[in-house]
Design a binder for this molecule. Structure first.
Ligand SMILES: NC(=O)c1ccc[n+]([C@@H]2O[C@H](COP(=O)([O-])OP(=O)(O)OC[C@H]3O[C@@H](n4cnc5c(N)ncnc54)[C@H](O)[C@@H]3O)[C@@H](O)[C@H]2O)c1
Length: 324
């Protein structure tokens, strides 16, 4: 019977440091935008009012990964994670199952790594404070990964929940940042050169009028067709708009779909992260411009991250084999 490696979230944290994962995620995005992966759009279903997704991908050199993930906003009150998931990794040639990996931490790690790739190419010479709007679970990983490529010691934060802002402040201070807690998203954003939006909002929290020149906006929230985290003027002001997948953002976020459909944003002007990382499209046009990276999350990130975790876990004797 096949033996499957079980890897916990805690073990993932140890295995997948930004110095390793950012480069691997960059390679996976290049493979994706070169048409070399097999990545059908994720299947979404609604269960008791909550979003569930099944995300599958074959990424050559990595493996076949399938993730089952849900987003349960009411879990905040239950003291449970908003996002829970499991990723299974398979050998692409034999089809054998290789690993079962905790997916909540994996999701946060790979989402942070994608944002870091965007900062690497879209904000290479920018300096100055980072603003974090929405300081929940993802935000902690976003800050850790983005600050791996974007050097600053100053962070400005805003969350509608005081306890979330306070918890994040302590966390960021432990990482060595000087943290300013702001009373509004505008106050956080208007002094920042890199803006991270990581909220669960459905209506815009970042307005173009808040943005400073130059700046780079990373937006990971608003993952439903009609949901917005950015108002129209954000993409209107941007000299470059980059997404993880043109196909996915048209299906899965109002932030790009609505401005394209209403003619505010030209589809031809929306590039993919893999196109920018491979040098086929520019990540930034001028020193003073505003750039935007919008991600909804792609199965290639899960498959590649699971494969890297599996390889490192075997090398380092981490995880537990079980016989199925
Ligand atoms: N793009 C991706 O690949 C990807 C991956 C994972 C999660 N996400 C998304 O990231 C977002 C955050 O997820 P999480 O796990 O950190 O959730 P979370 O519940 O832990 O944190 C979200 C935070 O946003 C705050 N918030 C909500 N509305 C706000 C507003 N209007 N202004 C300021 N703060 C506000 C909440 O109070 C909360 O603290 C979700 O939208 C999730 O779907 C995206």
């Amino acid at each position: 019977m096949p033996k499957v490696l079980v890897v916990s979230g805690r073990e993932l944290e140890e295995l997948l440091k930004p110095g390793i994962l950012v480069d691997e995620i960059e390679k996976a995005f290049i493979l994706y935008s070169s048409g070399l992966t097999t990545t059908p759009p994720r299947t979404v279903m609604w269960v008791e009012g909550n979003w569930w997704g099944v995300m599958q991908s074959y990424v050559p050199n990595y493996g076949v990964g399938i993730k089952v993930v849900n987003v349960i906003p009411a879990n905040i009150e239950r003291k449970l994670p908003t996002i829970q998931a499991i990723v299974t990794l398979f050998d692409p040639f034999t089809g054998s199952p290789l690993a079962v990996i905790e997916g909540g931490v994996l999701t946060a790690l790979r989402t942070g790594a994608a944002s870091a790739v965007s900062a690497k190419y879209m904000a290479p010479e920018l300096r100055g404070p980072i603003a974090v709007v929405g300081t929940g679970y993802q935000a902690r990983y976003q800050l850790r990964f983005v600050s791996h490529v974007y050097r600053t010691d100053e962070v400005r934060i805003f969350d509608v929940r005081e306890e979330a802002a306070e918890f994040f402040k302590k966390h960021a201070e432990e990482l060595g940042f000087r943290v300013t807690k702001c009373r509004s998203a505008q106050e956080a954003v208007e002094e920042a050169n890199l803006v991270i939006e990581a909220t669960t909002t459905k209506t815009p929290v970042i307005e173009g009028a808040y943005l400073k020149h130059p700046s780079h906006v990373v937006s990971i929230g608003a993952h439903m067709r009609d949901a917005r985290a950015l108002d129209d003027s954000v993409v209107k002001k941007a000299e470059v708009v980059v997404v993880d997948s043109r196909e996915a953002v048209m299906l899965e976020t109002g932030d790009i779909r609505i401005p394209i459909e209403s003619g505010i944003l030209d589809r031809e002007r929306v590039y993919e992260l893999g196109e920018v990382a491979s040098g086929r499209k520019p990540g930034r046009l001028s020193k003073d411009g505003i750039t935007v990276f919008k991600s909804v999350g792609l199965a290639i990130q899960d498959a590649a991250t699971a494969a890297v975790a599996y390889r490192l876990a075997i090398e380092r004797g981490v995880g537990k084999f079980i016989e199925l």
